[in-house]
Structures are given as C-alpha cells and as structure tokens.
Design a protein around this ligand. Structure first.
Ligand SMILES: Cc1ncc(COP(=O)(O)O)c(C=O)c1O
Length: 384
C-alpha cells in the first residue's frame, strides 16, 4: 500500500517534540488564542517575510475574513479560478459577494492573468488567485491588472506554504495571503487551522477583531464578528512543525524530480516547473488521457492516487445559481478530466516512487500510443 499522503510517518519522527508541546498547552489550559497562538503568529510572519500574521480557524475562515477585511461587501464580484477546492468560492459567497470565474492556463492549472481583465465590471472588488498544487500563480500579472482597476488581490496560498514567487514567499505579495493548516497540507495541524498574512496593519487589525466576535476588548464588541480563531493546541503543534517546513519542501521537490525522471518519455503530461518561481509540490499532478481508468488501475495495486479536482466549480450544483454551463471554461473542463495526483510526501521512498511510476507507465501506455501532449484545447478567449 502506498498512500497519497502519509501523516503517521511524520508524527513518528516528531513524537517527542509534538507530545511535549501539546502537554504544555494541556497543563496551561489556555486553549483559545493566547501566548501559543501569538508566538506561532510571529514565527509564521517571520518565516513568510510578512509584517503581520493572524491565526484563524481554517483556510476557509482565512479567505472569508481576508475578503471582509479588504472591503468586499454584499453584491460585489470577486474573480477567481474554477479549478480549485470549493472553499475558494465558498468564502467569496460567505462574504456576500458573487464568484466570477475566469479560465485557467492549462500548462500551469492556475488562473490565467491574461483573461482577467475582460471579466472586470463595475462591481468587481478583488481577485483571488490560487497557488494550486503549491505552484505560485503569476502574481505580477494579477497585481498589475488590480493596480490599474483599483482592486484587491487576496492570495489563496492554502496549498503553498513556503513557495516563492520571484524570490518572495507567496502570501506576501498581494493585500493578504490565506493559508490552510488542514492536516494533509505542507504545514498541517492536528485538526483545522488557518492564517492570514499581510503587510497592512489595518487589514491585520480588522481580521483580529472579526475572528473573535468583533471584540475591541473582553466585553466590548465593535461589530458582529465570528468565532473563527486558531486554537492553542494547533498553534503549539504548528510551531514545532514550522521548524521542519523548508526541509520537507526540499524533500517534496526532490521527490517531484524523481517522478520526472521515472516518467520521462511516458505519454503522461508532467507538471512544468515554473521558471521564475519555486513550487512546494503540495501535490504532484500529471495529466493523462482516460484518467479514470488509470486511477482505477493504480487503486487496484494499492496506490492511493487522487484527483484534484474532478468537477470544475462552475459546474458544481452549489454554483448553479451563477448561470455558467458546460463549455464556459474549456481549459478548466479539459484539465478536470485529465488530472491525476500521484502519492507525494516528504518521506516517500525511491522504491515507492518506482512502483507508482511503473504502474502509471504500464496503464498510461495502454490508453494511447505515442506521447500525450494534452487534449486539444480551444482558445480560452473564445469561451463565453
Ligand atoms: C486551494 C484551497 N483553498 C482553501 C482551502 C480551505 O482550507 P480549509 O480546509 O483549511 O478550510 C483549501 C483546503 O483544502 C484549499 O486547498
């Protein structure tokens, strides 16, 4: 059995440190916010190179509160990608705004900055690029369009802790960066958790207030806020794990490199390493024809491959009210049928990767002769 992600092996390696950190919180009994959370916020801000970091309940809460703190209001429109986890769009709707989808660049699977401008209207307030699979989105493109139109840029960095864009950590280039500490993320808690990074003290202050019931102090509430705080047990675990993040990200990159050489020359389309950015390979996602058959063959051999994500958001039932239909975003639709995530975690061994690659080669080889360069894609600009 080769799992998609193995969290047990990481806990086994860090057990004494993690157990001691959790024990410390249990004995202090300060479970909500407090010193543990503050210390982790400082450490995470320093790690990212951000001036502020505010711990929140999840990545979804981070996006929700960042949108509110950036001034997104009911009836506004927020531009994002249809090829992401549903939480990106969900948070936009939690803020009372409408998600407006724009197609992706199929070679990166990230929102295409060249297509964003055409989707901007009078109610557009913000753009939410997602650094999907740990690969930085093309931030310069979004920042430039946003500057010309007076929009906010909120980075969804839920899958990209530590990734760099032109030398800077993601989450520090837009108005706010939103991180998830869902257990399987590159930096994962032992439950839910999230963080917003920002260089704007007003945004940081508003999120601190909103995450904790709109409090100014213990019994004075400035607005109706939310119960969306990071808890101390998670902060204590994350503080231990943060010390290892760079080493784990290096190991992920090495594992990605190994898959590249093991799959070299196979018909699978391999992820392209960004030239001016550094991916942290939250996922190693290949594209193959007849993806569902290849996935079944992997599963039959005990290999835990996954699909991120099989249904583009504009075709989800939850988004039906937005009025999109099949064909609205052709690149996202083709990619959703072909993406396949292979097992990848810092501790994965060469022999495990060889086994995965052998099954992929055998099953992809069955599905089509010759090199697969991706299905023919219509020009995204033709989509309506
Ligand atoms: C791209 C993306 N955005 C947002 C989220 C939401 O994070 P959480 O699950 O911590 O709420 C996730 C997590 O799965 C994600 O992958």
């Amino acid at each position: 059995m080769i799992p998609l992600v193995d969290l047990k092996v990481q806990y086994a390696a860090l057990k004494p440190e993690i157990d001691a950190a959790m024990q410390r919180v249990l004995e202090n009994t300060a479970f909500i916010l407090g010193r543990e959370v503050e210390e982790f916020e400082h450490a995470f801000a320093a790690y990212c190179g951000a001036q502020h970091a505010v711990g929140v309940a999840s990545g979804t809460a981070a996006l929700h509160l960042a949108l509110l703190a950036c001034g997104v209001e009911p009836g506004d429109e927020v531009i994002t990608t249809p090829h992401t986890f549903i939480a990106t769009a969900e948070a936009i709707s939690h803020a009372g705004a409408h998600p407006v989808f724009v197609d992706i660049d199929p070679t990166t699977c990230n929102l295409d900055p060249a297509l964003v401008e055409a989707a901007i209207g009078p109610r557009t307030r913000a753009i939410v690029p997602v650094h999907l699979y740990g690969r930085p989105a093309d931030l310069d493109g979004f920042l430039e369009v946003a500057r010309r139109h007076g929009l906010r840029v909120i980075e969804d960095a839920a899958q990209a802790h530590g990734a760099r864009y032109k030398g800077r950590r993601v989450g520090t280039l837009g108005d706010a960066g939103c991180f998830s500490f869902y257990p399987a993320k590159n930096l994962g808690a032992y439950g839910d958790g999230g963080m917003v990074t920002t260089n704007d003290p007003e945004i940081a202050g508003r999120i601190r207030m909103l995450r904790d019931h709109g409090r100014k102090d213990k019994y004075a509430h400035q607005v109706f806020g939310y119960g969306e705080r990071l808890d101390a047990l998670q902060a204590a675990v994350l503080q231990v794990k943060l010390q290892h993040l760079d080493e784990w990200n290096d190991e992920r990159r090495q594992a990605a490199q190994r898959y590249r050489s093991l799959l070299d020359g196979s018909p699978a389309v391999l992820p392209v390493d960004p030239g001016d950015a550094e991916s942290v390979y939250h996922l190693f996602v290949i594209r193959v024809p007849e993806r569902d058959r290849v996935l079944r063959e992997l599963k039959l051999r005990g290999i835990g491959a996954g699909v991120h994500y099989p249904i583009p958001l504009h075709l989800q039932e939850a988004c039906a009210y937005l009025g999109y239909r099949p064909g609205s975003f052709p690149h996202a639709e083709v990619v959703a049928n072909e993406v396949l995530s292979l097992p990848l975690y810092p501790e994965i061994s060469r022999s495990q990767q060889e086994e995965v690659a052998a099954v992929v080669r055998a099953s992809v080889g069955n599905s089509r002769d010759g090199a697969h360069t991706g299905s023919p894609l219509p020009d995204a600009r033709e989509s309506d």
